[in-house]
Design a protein. Sequence first.
Length: 267
Amino acid sequence: MANKLCFEALDKTLRDILRMRYENSSDKPFGGLTVVCGGDFRQILHVIPKGTRADIVDASLNSSYLWPFFTIYELKQNMRLCNGKVSDCEADQIATFDKWLLQVGNGSFYDDINKELIKLPPDVCMKSSNDPIGSIVEAVYPCLLQNYSDPTYPKERAILTPKNDMVHELNDRILKMIPGEGRTYFSSDNVCKASMNTNDEELLYTSYASQKSKPNRRPMQRNKINCQASWKLVCQRKHHVRKEHWFERHNSKNHNVSQRFKVAIQA
């Protein structure tokens, strides 16, 4: 959500522009124009770098002098939880989960002792164990060894993590559980010699730095797959080309061809 100063700047600009054309526009919010905003303060609060909770609240739109002029329309029904093809028992579970989400959003479902923590219901929690990753994998992918070759098995399953490092750790754990030969694909770890901007490319961009860096939207330096069963199923493997079969929730017929190419860095 944008800082309240953005809306206040727009308000003053429109008042100044429209006062020359419409009478009393300078006395109306946004010069008398209708402005529609959308958002949820529970999900997309404005980010104040190194700011406190008070700074974030002060930067929100509902702390602006414009807030009393807004008419609020609320969505009462969680559309993401709507599903017409469910049983009565599943419908009751969805309704209970929907109610719990609203309580969390309203701030009425915090722990009695620590008001900064949210108390989760027991049915969405797992008991602690000495091997938490193994417990999560077993809960999300039960009977993995019996079902890993079924392309429909992973469609309704996924594990979300806050960081990519945990994704790699989970992938490594699952790959070790699946029988079959593994193969590792490496990306290019040196700088293209075609660049004429500097003579210090190899000093600036060493192989070690290339392997350790993890920029967003760039493939991993080392990509491990299981040749016998991969849910991004590899249909054909060549030296420079790899054909993949993607399994999605509603469509399992998507094919993708990944070609090996060089990445040139220009200063």
